[in-house]
Design a protein around this ligand. Structure first.
Ligand code: ADP
Ligand code: ASP
Ligand code: MG
Length: 403
């Protein structure tokens, strides 16, 4: 019997009607003869609401307690989905992350999965039942509840699909697949039928949050076929699979954007070996994820180093830099949260020059200044002012004829 993992995001279980629709779809899938494991997110904006509540109550927010709080959201949806399934005569059992055997490290609010001990899920499946698992959460070796970072239910689903040897992992969401750009910003964006793991990774890493980055990594590393599709229309969506000969390597597959990054500049850094190493080691020791880095040529023996970090890491990152000023002999630290990144992703870039030139020409035509640039073999990213990013996405989508 085929085994499917079906993950339902927040909008897919946002209210009672949506939960009944999900249960109906699970029951239909069971009737086709497939075994199903369900993974659910918290209802609607529940996680955001809990995050705000924590800010209202506390300045310190011990991360163990944050995880305890946030994990409550997914518990609500899993039990309601099981109740709705019971009404349809489908035997279903809910499991928290820890009950599902999802073992993580102890990094609260951004835990990584270490192991999956899925015997209880296997037992439920063997008994003909449907396990319904709370996404986004696990348990550390010290037996504390942990969460996997925002969007982490995708990771739960893909990790379970890998552990259980599922035939596919279906990610149900509020759009009908992965598009050539965020359809909320570019209404004429095109749904992609097939995307390679490598492209999906770059799309997720550069802001296309339709699939969380960690889950895209997990899917590639364990060759889990992903099917991103709509829980509103149930039409076939986008398959994320190994790159193959049938897949024409499009020059550009998607334009993505990310407004959650921020920029830090350390000015007047003496131009000596070892100083950049010292700076970025300290940032890494504080778990600050650095993305783009720009260092100017030194004019009078000093240079400015700018880099980007996730907005959530801005304060810590800037504090680390300020603390190092005397040791580095640098003059100042400044921050800028009003930046955004626009990126082009496409496997065809590997072999085609000219993408960079057309990208820069397009942004220039819109009067958009490029503050930083970074590339990989299948991606080009430009940092621009955040108020210009939507114009940039639309212009690039049109320039590369992606509609
Ligand atoms: P869920 O709650 O189901 O996990 P998310 O909000 O995390 O849903 O992800 C779905 C959203 O991702 C869509 O509503 C869409 O606005 C956004 N998105 C961004 N980039 C893309 C893209 N390239 N293709 C499809 N959706 C995208
Ligand atoms: N509920 C969590 C969040 O909003 C996890 C998820 O939905 O994937 O980030
Ligand atoms: Mg999501």
């Amino acid at each position: 019997m085929p085994l499917l993992v079906q993950k339902y995001g927040g909008t897919s279980v946002a209210d009672a009607d949506r939960i009944r629709a999900v249960a109906d779809h699970v029951a239909r899938t069971r009737r086709t003869g497939a075994d199903v494991v369900v993974v659910v997110s918290a209802m609607g904006k529940t996680t955001d609401d809990l995050v705000h509540l924590a800010f209202e109550v506390s300045r310190t927010q011990p991360t163990r307690e944050v995880d305890m709080l946030l994990s409550a959201g997914e518990r609500i949806s899993m039990s309601l989905v099981c109740m709705a399934l019971a009404d349809l005569g489908v035997e279903a059992t809910s499991y928290t992350g820890s009950q599902a055997g999802i073992v993580t490290d102890a990094a609260h609010t951004r835990a990584k999965i270490l192991d999956i001990r899925a015997d209880r899920l296997r037992d439920t499946l063997a008994g003909g039942g449907v396990p319904v698992v709370a996404g986004f959460q696990g348990m550390s070796l010290e037996r504390n509840v942990t969460t996997l970072g925002r969007g982490g239910s995708d990771t739960t689903a893909v990790a379970l699909a890998a552990a259980l040897g599922a035939d596919a992992c279906e990610i149900y969401t509020d759009v009908s697949g992965v598009f050539s750009a965020d359809p909320r910003i570019v209404p004429e964006a095109r749904k992609l039928n097939r995307v390679s793991y490598e492209e999906m990774l770059e799309i997720a890493a550069s802001g296309g949050r339709v699939v969380a980055l960690r889950s895209a990594e997990f899917a590639r590393n364990h060759s889990v076929p992903l099917h991103v599709r709509s829980s509103f229309t149930w039409e076939p969506g986008t398959w994320i699979v190994e790159e193959d000969a049938q897949m024409e390597a499009a020059l550009v597959t998607a334009v993505t954007h990310d407004v959650s990054e921020a920029k830090v500049t350390v000015a007047g850094v003496p131009d000596r070996p070892g100083l950049a190493a010292r700076l970025f080691r300290a940032l890494s020791d504080h778990d600050v994820n650095v993305d783009m880095i720009v260092q100017n040529a030194s004019l009078h023996g000093t240079t400015d180093i700018s880099f980007t970090v996730p907005g959530d890491d801005l304060e810590v990152g800037a504090d680390v830099c300020r603390g190092l000023l005397p040791e580095l002999g640098a003059s100042s630290v400044s921050t800028d949260a009003s930046v955004a990144r626009v990126s082009l992703v496409g496997a065809g870039m590997k072999t085609h020059p000219g993408v960079t030139a057309l990208t820069f020409e397009t942004l220039a035509r819109c009067g958009i200044n490029i503050e930083m640039i970074s590339t990989s073999s299948i991606r080009i990213s430009c940092m621009v002012r955040s108020e210009a990013v939507e114009v940039a996405v639309r212009a690039l989508h049109e320039a590369f004829d992606l509609g």
